[in-house]
Design a protein around this ligand. Structure first.
Ligand code: COI
Length: 347
């Protein structure tokens, strides 16, 4: 792999005590191009502009997918990435749906590792901070014919981040807009899934919510995801989350939480969850907790559900399942607890 280090680091422009989420981008990027039916050699170079014209296929047809993952600064100073191979697998599942050639595992893992080694000083120190990793894959031929691109670019940018949500969120049960439909691309991290969600989210924010709680495309009667996160509820001491389908992202945080819950002896149900069931449970007090799960948000307690103009309060328990999960994951990620499942990939 070719490496061109920067001559002018921008790290002094970052306030590591007030990171927020996703604003500053680190000094270097990884880029690898697919041309003539094969992947070329990867290169790490200083962050900068793309050298491509406005015929860039991804801008017209959105043949583009991405991943979100994090590298952590551990208690002993080492840096480790959480379950990176699961992200590689999911990137290629997304790519398969969007007719984008698969990125070989060595290119993904070596690109990620070398990039983080070079920008190691960008991995923040401090609780609830991490280096957010954004691998992405887009069509990079230049033409406007409506057919799949012939060339593709795999790239990685990184960004030091703090928490996405610093307090419990209120979410609006969305019964007008739809995020995903059957047979569609909802299970992938296709770029358009996120762009297509911005209007509904903007409306919800204008109404005082942080996010929308997406419902199904056909009847708007079943709960599917919370904004850019998977969603879970605690009902009668059982952890209940929508079953995976082609409308739901196979979240790696979701999967890890379900594994821990089963280990802890918490009953887990992956099934259809109706709006009526959750609204009734919120009203009669049997809804013990609701929370979002995702890479950016980690675990985000939900303290209110907006439903047909009403706000139904949900207990945000200080020592409930959500907060215990958040702590258990943090302990593994920051190297304070044994990594019994081999989830951490050390550089
Ligand atoms: C993530 O949690 O990594 C996501 O992909 C959400 C993102 C759009 C901020």
């Amino acid at each position: 792999m070719k490496v061109i280090p920067t001559t002018e680091s921008r790290i002094s422009t970052i306030d590591f005590n007030n990171l927020g989420f996703g604003a500053g981008l680190s000094d270097h990027v990884f880029i690898c191009e697919y041309k003539n039916g094969q992947w070329g050699e990867g290169i790490i170079q200083p962050y900068g502009a793309l050298k491509q014209g406005l015929g860039l296929h991804a801008l017209h047809y959105g043949q583009a997918v991405f991943e979100g993952q994090k590298a952590y600064r551990q208690a002993d100073g080492r840096i480790a990435i959480f379950r990176p191979e699961r992200n590689w697998e999911r990137l290629n599942r997304s790519g398969e749906r969007m007719l984008i050639p698969a990125v070989p595992k060595e290119i993904f893992m070596e690109g990620l590792s070398e990039l983080i080694r070079l920008d190691a000083e960008w991995v923040p120190r401090g609780e609830n901070t991490a280096l957010y990793l954004r691998p992405f894959l887009f069509s990079s031929s230049e033409f406007v014919a409506a057919r799949p691109s012939e060339e593709y670019t795999f790239a990685i940018v990184t960004s030091p981040v703090g928490e996405l949500y610093t307090k419990p969120v209120k979410v609006k049960i969305e019964q007008h807009f739809t995020r995903a439909s059957q047979g569609g691309v909802g299970y992938t991290k296709a770029a358009g899934n996120y762009g297509g969600a911005f209007l509904a989210t903007r409306r919800a924010v204008e109404e005082g919510f942080s996010q929308v709680l997406w419902t199904d495309h056909a009847e708007h009667a079943y709960l599917e995801e919370a904004g850019t996160m998977n969603v879970a509820f605690v009902l009668n001491d059982t952890l209940v989350t929508p079953a995976l389908s082609d409308r739901i992202l196979e979240g790696i945080t979701r999967e890890s939480i379900l594994i821990l819950a089963k280990e802890w002896g918490i009953p887990v149900e992956e099934r259809r969850i109706s709006v009526d069931e959750i609204v009734a449970a919120a009203k009669n007090g049997s809804l013990q907790e609701a929370f979002g799960m995702g890479t950016a948000a980690v675990v985000s307690p939900i303290d209110g559900l907006g439903y047909q103009g009403e706000i139904l309060p949900v207990p945000a328990q200080v020592n409930g399942v959500a907060m215990r999960m958040k702590k258990a994951l943090a302990d593994i990620r920051y190297g304070r607890a044994a990594d019994a499942k081999g989830w951490m990939y050390h550089l």
